[in-house]
Design a protein. Sequence first.
Length: 85
Amino acid sequence: MIINKFIDIIILGGNIMWRDILYLVVGLIGGLIAGFFIAKHMFQKQLKENPPISEDMIKTLMRGMGRNPSQKQVNQLMKQMQKYQ
């Protein structure tokens, strides 16, 4: 009888332990996935609000290379950069 109770305690305790570990692992994986998508959304929002390069920067860069850019050239470069974002 004592052995049977001991075995029951081990088996029931083991099930509870594995269930707790499973909840922990599922919670961590769910949190990582949710965190990834939230961070990705926030990063894309920041890039749209604060683009890494502007038209003025392109004009300054082209003037630094000795070219006087037209607005058409600047617009073409901006479209190409937005294509790869």
